[in-house]
Design a protein around this ligand. Structure first.
Ligand SMILES: C=CC1=C(C)c2cc3[nH]c(cc4nc(cc5[nH]c(cc1n2)c(C)c5CCC(=O)O)C(CCC(=O)O)=C4C)c(C)c3C=C
Ligand SMILES: [Fe+2]
Length: 441
């Protein structure tokens, strides 16, 4: 099916918005329409503010001809840049579809094979994120679609450094996370030598990228685990909103914002004190903590909605604090109710996890919901693929989770089932691959 669109809002890539100033080769779809041309059409329409009717393609088809290519909807046309100071997929707005995958280097594979793999994956990410096919052997799954905000993000786990003979370059932030008392972790679905996060606003584009990543791994690495998640689709709500999780809560309100003065310091690894420091290669990178957190939805949904709100400390309808205001009003942690007790309970999740309760510890939460079917007892295997980003896990996830583990009102309704910690290198410059500064040092 050819893409049609109802409105075009342009892309995040100025070269596309300008109507295809880029030089890459064009590739033909089976219908004879170049994907490159489709993207250019979208960009040109976006630049001119043109709105196209969804019926356009249907009219052409009814006339018996091959329908003229029409511009992609803005959802499909939006492209995220792969090259830059930081990898994509960290500050990129949440996408509707996500895949997380961990790989282990294959027996016998070492630094040379790891470097080759990162070179291949970086080239692949550059193509796919621009809406290009994955080289000559493309599977065709995404042929009709634009980049759809696709991002690919790559990280290294603890074992990667031993396997590649780079143990002395392993950053301290990769020391294993402590085991928390409520953890019920499955080691087969935890950690891994390499980690890939894929996000896109189209399910086929996301799957296509996952499959291409797996194929490009070749003999160098094997999938250790893979998880699939989702978020709200762009355009599903009347106005852009913070997404909801599967408990129905507005989730992500009090995230650090790129406009915050301390955002970069909190989320990205600073330049090393000396160029020879073991983790100098990680400057501009970040650490991702990944947790598969199952929600015990039957228990949660059995709770009175007012009790649900006290568990979090925010209203379910709009995410506003129980102390009043709107979603973005700060929590008033000191306000007492007529009973003399805090309006936001002492064990409310938002209170316990707030930076002011944790010596300023903060992280950028960027999760996907997941649903992996319904068990024989009727229980949904559903919850949150919790992904959070920070410059140092010991000043982000760890102290907050330690505190949540001791007395979070949400704990009886969730179960941490898998965990991963990955060092995510800074972004690649043009002609560079992700991790090159480590692997070729
Ligand atoms: C260790 C870190 C955290 C885990 C694990 C975690 C799990 C988790 N959270 C929710 C739902 C909500 N969390 C909210 C806020 C919030 N959560 C964390 C940290 C972890 N959450 C932080 C740092 C914050 C921000 C606190 C603040 O500054 O106010 C909220 C409120 C809305 C918001 O700010 O996003 C909700 C809702 C679930 C369901 C969950 C595990 C499944
Ligand atoms: Fe939370």
């Amino acid at each position: 099916m050819k893409p049609t669109s109802t409105a075009i809002t342009g892309t995040t890539d100025p070269s596309k918005a300008a109507g295809g100033a880029r030089e890459e080769k064009e590739t033909d779809t089976p219908g004879g329409v170049s994907r490159r041309r489709l993207l250019r059409t979208a960009g040109a329409a976006g630049a001119g503010g043109l709105a196209l009717g969804a019926a356009g393609g249907a009219v052409a088809a009814a006339a018996g001809g091959d329908p003229a290519p029409t511009a992609l909807a803005s959802v499909g046309a939006t492209a995220v840049a792969f090259h830059g100071p930081h990898q994509p997929g960290i500050t990129t707005p949440l996408q509707a579809h996500g895949h997380l995958a961990a790989f282990d280097l294959a027996p016998g594979a070492g630094r040379k094979e790891a470097a080759g793999l990162m070179r291949r994956w970086s080239a692949l990410a550059t193509e796919l994120m621009a809406g290009e096919p994955a080289g000559t052997g493309d599977t065709g799954v995404a042929l009709d679609a634009g980049p759809s905000s696709l991002t690919l993000t790559f990280g290294f786990g603890h074992g990667f450094f031993d396997r590649t003979g780079l143990t002395d370059r392993r950053p301290g932030g990769l020391d294993p996370l402590p085991l928390f008392s409520a953890d019920r972790l499955d080691p087969r679905r935890s950690n891994g030598d390499l980690w890939v996060q894929i996000g896109a606003d189209d399910g086929l584009v996301a799957f296509h990228a996952l499959r291409a990543v797996q194929r490009a791994a070749g003999d160098a690495a094997r999938v250790r685990w893979q998880m699939t998640g989702f978020n709200r689709s762009p355009g599903a709500t009347a106005r852009p909103m913070t997404t909801r999780n599967l408990m129905g809560q507005v989730d992500g309100t009090n995230n650090p914002r790129p406009s915050d003065p301390d955002f970069t310091r909190r989320i990205f690894v600073p330049p090393a004190a000396s160029p020879g420091a073991p983790d100098a290669w990680l400057a501009g990178g970040s650490y991702a903590v990944v947790r598969r957190i199952r929600m015990l939805l039957d228990d949660w949904e059995g709770l009175d909605p007012r009790e649900q709100e006290r568990v979090i400390g925010r209203r379910r309808a709009d995410g506003a604090p129980l102390t009043g205001g709107t979603e973005t009003t700060p929590l008033d942690l000191h306000r007492l109710g007529p009973d003399g007790l805090p309006v936001i309970p002492a064990n409310a999740h938002a209170r316990i996890s707030a930076p002011e309760q944790n010596s300023g510890a903060a992280m950028l939460r960027r999760p996907f919901s997941y649903h992996d079917g319904i068990g024989p007892d009727g229980t949904p295997d559903a919850g949150l693929l919790f992904v959070c980003w920070q410059a140092d896990p010991l000043r982000g996830f760890v102290p907050v989770q330690r505190k949540l583990d001791r007395g979070d009102a949400l704990s009886p309704f969730v179960r941490h089932e898998a965990s991963g910690l990955f060092a995510v290198p800074g972004g690649a410059g043009r002609g560079e691959y992700v991790g090159q500064r480590l692997l070729e040092s």
